[in-house]
Write a protein that binds this ligand. Structure first.
Ligand code: AMP
Length: 557
């Protein structure tokens, strides 16, 4: 798999085959691979801890021994370089070990999306050409039910939270702990272009698409994220414990399992996301840094017993990405002393593109303006060449109002969709990765995404930026989550409809009064005000926890 995914003709396949062994060592240069990136972490931070819920803790030194031991075990059962190894789990210490062992031994880590319906789990495992599967006991029944489709799997590595024996009809199977053996194992010196990971997009339109990343991609991405989180108002310090709430199956958990261990942070793994456990971990492990999508922050801030944790969440620094950070949510977080900032990226970009740290302009602003810019989409990270362009690939002016598409280049973008040359060509047209995200640039360099091309509402030939409308709605007290979608309209083509989850006494009159007020002061335009408001009990979510606009549009039919 490592070879065929990189290029789509036979010649590069052969070249890659020979390239998987490093040729750099002789002249003192080193490949940008994960082994070289982490060569000093176990030594430098030997006593720093990795914690799994309230269940287990180990030092970096033990972790890296286990990572080697597990790789030795995988090799002993026949896992070879280039084999794809799937992991099916919540965010656990075992998953963390696989993040390191599998790519560092030259195999490809497939992080399976456990939020997909079973058919898509089977589809992606087949499409990725998985050969081995590392699976937690609670997901085994989904696989056993359809055993006959897995004739391509060579072996199953199983475990449970207690590290005990696991009964399964999947065969042949091996107990994870029995494989963690020989810590004298040495990882190979891989060429930096060796494929390290594969995972699948959320699949909001059509079947999910596979994206692959090389060691070089991951190393460069790790360095850029580490650089990004060093600036105000995040400015991560050595003793800022990490609790990352971006699923490990999706976009490498935004790269933070690698960043955390490069920077020597205490790294806490929450398992399945449960708000009670999350708040307990924040308290007990003194969590200071997290990353998550807005709906997880919404869940935390809606916890009925949040006030009991007031003194522990104060000073928490949280990066919000995957969807726009609603102003109302950021304000609520602020009232608890939590700092939130926006960040942006996508599956195809590993994901980091922008983060709303302070640039020179923001560093000297007053607090209110700093807040306003810290909740935007942000500024491009180091090494990201980002443009907002019109249809002819010309840059739009930095005037906060001309809308264009974000296109990017960076050293960690996927080369293309696995086994899908047509979609790859579409993604990379004109030599730039096309994000499909519509944005404006402000004169001081900050970017604000205003919509997704696919979700944009076009009314009377003009765009209504749904994210701007959602942001305005989120500021009304009592509105929980909100999503605006287009409804077909005879005269205007489309008109906006707002779906609202309310947390207390909000009614149509209050919402319209609020929007009229915002229109008067120019925060939105009057003609954007939705024709219809629909109050719902809960927001439908995609497999990665974002508002599912496709499902909402279905409700309008
Ligand atoms: P995914 O590939 O599933 O992670 O989704 C990526 C998409 O999420 C992007 O193309 C954007 O449309 C959206 N997205 C991610 N971050 C942001 C953000 N900060 N603001 C607005 N939209 C975002």
């Amino acid at each position: 798999m490592a070879a065929t995914m990189e290029k789509h003709s036979n010649i590069p396949v052969l070249i890659l085959f020979f390239m998987s062994e490093s040729t750099k060592g002789e002249n003192g240069d080193l490949d940008l691979n994960l082994k070289n990136l982490f060569v000093n972490s176990a030594r430098n931070f030997s006593n720093t801890e990795i914690v799994y819920r309230d269940k287990r803790r180990m030092t970096y030194s033990k972790f890296f021994q286990r990572v080697k031991g597990f790789a030795a075990g995988l090799e002993s059962i026949g896992v070879k370089r280039g084999d794809t190894v799937a992991v099916i789990d919540w965010d656990t210490d075992k998953f963390m070990e696989a993040y390191y062992s599998v790519p560092m031994m030259g195999a490809v880590l497939h992080t399976v999306n456990i939020r997909y319906p079973p058919e898509l789990i089977y589809y992606t495992m087949n499409h990725a050409e998985d050969k081995w599967v590392i699976v937690r006991d609670e997901f085994i029944p989904i696989l056993e039910r359809n055993k006959q489709v897995f004739d391509f799997i060579k072996g199953w590595i199983v475990y449970n939270d207690e590290n005990g024996s696991v009964n399964t009809s999947l065969s042949p199977n091996y107990n994870y702990e029995d494989l963690v053996k020989d810590s004298s194992y040495e990882f190979p010196d891989l060429d930096e272009n060796t494929t390290a990971t594969v995972f699948y997009t959320s699949g909001t339109t059509g079947l999910p698409k596979g994206v692959t990343f090389s060691h070089r991609n991951l190393v460069m991405h790790t360095l850029a994220v580490s650089n990004g989180i060093h600036f105000d108002p995040i400015s991560v310090k050595r003793d800022d414990s990490f609790l990352i709430l971006v699923p490990m199956f999706h976009v490498h958990s935004w790269g933070l399992p690698y960043v955390g261990l490069l920077l020597g942070q205490k790294y806490v793994l929450p398992g399945r996301y449960e708000v009670g456990m999350i708040l307990d971990l924040v308290k007990k492990e003194k969590i200071r840094f997290s990353a998550m999508v807005p709906s997880i922050l919404y869940m935390i801030l809606s916890a009925p017993n949040l006030d009991e944790y007031k003194e522990y969440v104060r000073g928490w620094k949280v990066i919000i990405g995957g969807a726009a950070l609603p102003r109302g949510l950021a304000l609520k977080a602020k009232s608890y002393g939590i700092t939130t900032i926006g960040a942006y990226g996508m599956s195809e970009t590993a994901p980091l593109l922008t983060v709303a740290i302070y640039n020179d302009a923001a560093q000297t602003m007053d607090q209110e303006n700093q807040f306003n810019f810290s909740i935007t989409t942000g500024i491009p990270a180091a090494l990201v060449n980002l443009r907002v362009v019109d249809e002819k690939l010309n840059d739009v002016p930095k005037d906060s109002k001309t809308i264009g598409e974000i296109v990017v280049r960076a050293p960690w973008l996927t080369k293309g969709y696995f086994k899908d040359p047509d979609k790859t060509a579409e993604l990379w047209r004109g030599g730039w990765l096309h994000t499909g995200d519509l944005a404006v640039i402000h004169p001081n360099g900050y970017i604000s995404i205003v919509d997704r091309e696919k979700d944009a509402v076009k009314s009377g030939g003009e765009f209504i930026p749904t994210l701007v409308l959602e942001n305005a709605l989120s500021e009304l007290q009592g509105i929980g989550e909100v999503a605006v979608v287009g409804k077909p309209h005879e005269k205007w083509g489309e008109r906006p409809v707002a779906f609202i989850v309310k947390s207390n006494n909000v009614n149509e009159t209050l919402v319209y009064e609020h929007l009229e007020k915002y229109a008067e002061v120019g925060r939105i335009q009057k003609w954007w005000i939705p024709d219809e408001l629909i109050f719902i009990d809960s927001m439908p979510k995609t497999s990665t926890g974002k508002s599912d606009k496709k499902e909402l549009r279905k409700l309008l039919k």
